[in-house]
Design a protein around this ligand. Structure first.
Ligand SMILES: [Zn+2]
Length: 51
């Protein structure tokens, strides 16, 4: 059994005019035109994976 003690800590990074969500687990969200969208991606990822 794989014990998942690692929390999904998400951050947002900017790449040029795009923003994307990143997670401590290695996950990277799609490039978004707005930082708000990237944050939403990060929040959704954390919510679905920390559950
Ligand atoms: Zn993650």
């Amino acid at each position: 059994m794989h014990a998942q003690a690692t929390a999904h800590t998400t951050t947002t990074t900017e790449r040029g005019s795009f923003a994307l969500a990143r997670c401590s687990c290695g996950w990277t969200g799609p490039a978004r035109r707005s930082r708000d969208r990237a944050r939403t991606d990060a929040a959704e990822h954390a919510r679905t994976n920390n559950a």
